[in-house]
Unconditional design. Structure first.
Length: 298
């Protein structure tokens, strides 16, 4: 099998598994150090801020126009949403009354008169609940996937797959901690999306392993797994490249609103492709010591 001029049929993924483990361990250690030293840069959804809901008298005012005005006050990273009734909801860092007045004045001078429907400070209580809900969703998703993979394959397959998924989620979290990108509610959605996406590639490889275990009974377990990964390698790479192209376009052209979401997905998708190929299957191999190096005779 050739991919971009590189022959892939003979790659010994299992024989090189210690290299993959070393790469993953290095990234995990860097991530843990970053989380311990720098932590996460929580956004308004988690640590609170100011919420403004306004409705302009004239039509045609959009979030881009509002963001341009806010950038003059260093608030270009604010969360701006357009409502169905033509209003604009702005979530930004907590502002003193004087600065809030200046922002509202600038909006009126440059975008026209408006009705102030709501102006209040958002406390961090909602952020605590959001964090709790995100962790709970992650736990529930992991448990359900363990049950599903155990029923479809076996329990050791499920454990290997979940460890690979947690690996991907942690890499995305560590990346945001290392570069101090803002973590908001869309980041939670991105992490759950990463888990859902990554399991797909892993299941495809596991399914090919199971099929080859039936059809190649005289081959060693290492040979079966290597052949299975190589047989699905081009599909895995082509699939992730197609997704990466879309995410890069969204990251570049999507604006501030979708930047963190698309960036988290981009990191997670790349990590997911790596873990599906180089982490999940080698981990399952480690869980089957009784078959290492042995021919599987019918």
């Amino acid at each position: 099998m050739d991919f971009i001029g590189i022959r892939t049929s003979g790659i010994d993924f299992i024989g090189r598994r210690k290299i993959w483990y070393a790469i993953s361990l290095t990234l995990i250690v860097i991530g843990l150090l970053s989380l311990f030293v720098r932590g996460l840069n929580f956004g308004i959804d988690f640590k609170g801020g100011s919420l403004i809901h306004i409705k302009f008298n004239k039509t045609g005012v959009n979030s881009g126009d509002v963001r341009q005005i806010l950038s003059e006050f260093g608030l270009e990273k604010s969360n701006i949403q357009e409502t169905s009734d033509g209003g604009i909801v702005i979530k930004t860092v907590e502002m003193e009354q004087d600065k809030l007045g200046q922002v509202l004045t600038a909006l009126e001078e440059k975008l026209g008169k408006y009705d102030l429907l709501r102006s209040e400070k958002v406390g961090p209580v909602i952020g605590t609940e959001l964090r709790r809900a995100g962790i709970l969703a992650l736990v529930i998703a992991s448990v359900l996937q363990i049950v599903y993979i155990t029923v479809r394959f076996e329990f050791k397959f499920a454990i290997a797959a979940i460890l690979a998924l947690l690996h991907d989620a942690f890499i995305a979290i560590a990346f945001f901690s290392l570069f101090q990108y803002e973590v908001d509610s869309s980041f939670i959605a991105a992490i759950l999306t990463i888990i859902g996406y990554s399991i797909n590639d892993t299941i495809v490889i596991f399914d090919r392993i199971r099929e080859n275990l039936k059809n190649r009974r005289k081959e060693s377990l290492q040979a079966v797994i290597n052949n299975s990964i190589n047989q699905t390698l081009a599909r895995s790479i082509n699939t992730v490249l197609a997704v990466v192209f879309v995410l890069v376009a969204l990251l570049v052209l999507g604006g501030e609103t979708t930047k963190n979401f698309s960036l988290a997905l981009l990191v997670g998708v790349i990590s997911g492709a790596y873990s599906s190929i180089c982490v999940a299957s080698p981990l399952w191999y480690e869980f089957k010591p009784e078959e290492h190096g042995k021919a599987r005779v019918a």
